[in-house]
Design a protein around this ligand. Structure first.
Ligand SMILES: [Zn+2]
Length: 464
């Protein structure tokens, strides 16, 4: 029996990986704490009571995943009293406080079977996501049984994974043997040590890293609309990293692992209900931690500086452009600015900024209190260190004196540059095009008016 029941979300839908969404949910969970506590007590004693009455018995309770297509949840239950009339499935990511509720269609009776197939092509879940699920079973007399929580790891079963764990980080790989795994693990440990010095933070919650042997192997594990050039992805809310590295490619290990691990540790360090971590700081620190630099970043930055194409720092706070060239420049700039902060103010400044962002301090205020200068002045001072700096004055007009009110809604775009076109990308020819359209429109209206007038005259002549 396939469920055709519609999904109803108890508190937000799954998945909700962007930081801003999860922050809202976290706030909700705080507000709902008394309710959750009552639910917990109800669960503890209410379920026990139902079991004591022994009216509903669970015959089968299982879930099967078929990566990357779906997860099928199965239930068979029997009542020795009133017929079972309703079955609901609750599921969600174990790391998040919210569950999605599904009304599963059943044929009411003493013994019922329920099945729900979660289409993971629609509801995307990264490989390795830890899920929890439970069932709510109601009978005609109003008795409700809630089953205990079941765990399910959404594994990518297409490969036989090897794994190694240390310092709360587990690496998974399937090609390259033990040596490859050792290199992955050692690189991760070096990164964690380095991040402790830089931002004063350690791994708080376990992190899982899945390394595919090729981009082709990895693609089905990513969201279908993911941009082509993504070589790795991080989901800090879920403690997951996915990347593609050919066995033996040590350079790529030293580039990708520190980059993605930096995102995870920083996000765990600054986690707060209000967000506010600027993307340039997040990505800049990630690139700074790479043991192997991205090829061409220096040349890209120098060329942009010389030609006056640098992106205002303020524009890099909420997201990166989707255009690959502009995205690469955004990474290069962010790295260079973080490097400039460390060189000029020392790693102490990074630690202080991390503390400030963990307290949701607005970027302008955090920089002023830590470095003694705001976003624009930092941007201008950094530009002075680049080639062609004289012709490269940082624009000041778009920068608000305080953080914009909607800054908490802008989720950091971890390797998923935001699709919103940035203001600075609007070219000068846009206004010319608009003017041309206006002229064409006016000519068309004038022509149409003339045509109608002539036609009217023509009709008059024919009827006269
Ligand atoms: Zn990144």
């Amino acid at each position: 029996m396939i469920s055709r029941g519609s999904n109803r979300v108890i508190q937000g839908a799954l998945p909700c990986y962007p930081a801003a969404v999860s922050e809202r949910l976290f706030m909700n969970s705080l507000r709902l704490f008394p309710v959750i506590s009552l639910l917990f007590l109800n669960l503890l004693f209410g379920t026990a009571m139902v079991y004591a009455q022994n009216t509903i018995t669970i015959i089968e309770n299982a879930a099967q995943s078929d990566f990357p297509n779906n997860i099928t949840f199965l239930l068979e239950a029997e009542s020795d009293a009133a017929p079972i009339t309703q079955v609901k499935l609750l599921y969600g990511a174990a790391r998040q406080e919210t569950l999605t509720e599904v009304h599963v269609e059943i044929t009411p009776g003493q013994r019922v079977q329920a099945q729900h197939k979660l289409d993971t092509q629609v509801t995307y879940l990264p490989p390795g996501t830890d899920l929890v699920y439970r069932w709510l079973i109601h009978d005609e007399d109003g008795t409700t049984l809630e089953t205990s929580a079941q765990d399910l790891v959404y594994h990518d079963q297409r490969f036989t994974w090897q794994e190694q764990t240390a310092r709360s980080v587990t690496v998974f790989w399937y090609q390259g043997g033990a040596d490859f795994g050792d290199t992955l693990m050692q690189t991760a440990i070096r990164t964690i040590d380095r991040l402790q010095d830089e931002i004063g933070a350690d791994v708080k919650d376990p992190i899982k890293i899945y390394i595919y042997a090729s981009n082709r192997d990895m693609r089905p594990a990513l969201q279908s609309n993911e941009v082509e050039w993504v070589g790795g992805q991080a989901w800090p809310d879920l403690g997951l990293i996915v990347g593609a590295i050919e066995s033996g490619n040590t350079d790529e290990i030293q580039r990708l692992i520190p980059h993605e691990l930096s995102h995870q540790v920083l996000h765990q360090a600054v986690d707060n209900p209000y967000g506010g971590l600027p993307v340039w700081f997040d990505e800049g620190l990630a690139v700074y931690n790479q043991e192997i630099a991205d090829p061409g970043f220096t040349e890209l930055l120098d060329a942009a500086a010389s030609e006056g194409r640098l992106i205002p720092l303020e524009a890099l706070s909420s997201g990166f452009p989707a255009d690959p060239d502009q995205a690469a420049l955004s990474y290069a700039q962010s790295h260079s600015i973080v490097d400039y902060i460390i060189t000029t103010y020392g790693e102490t400044a990074l630690r202080e900024l991390t503390v400030a962002f963990s307290q949701a301090t607005p970027v302008e205020q955090a920089l002023s209190e830590t470095l003694g200068i705001g976003v624009d002045d930092l941007d201008a001072a950094w530009r002075e260190t680049l080639p062609g700096a004289r012709a490269n004055v940082a624009p000041r007009a778009p920068t608000p004196a305080v953080a914009p009110a909607n800054r908490f809604n802008n989720a950091p775009a971890l390797n998923q540059p935001g699709g919103l076109p940035l203001q600075w990308e609007s070219p000068g020819w846009a206004s010319l095009t608009l003017a041309a359209f206006c002229c064409v429109g006016l000519v068309a209206v004038a022509g149409l008016t003339l045509l109608v007038a002539l036609r009217l005259i023509g009709v008059d002549k024919r009827t006269s």
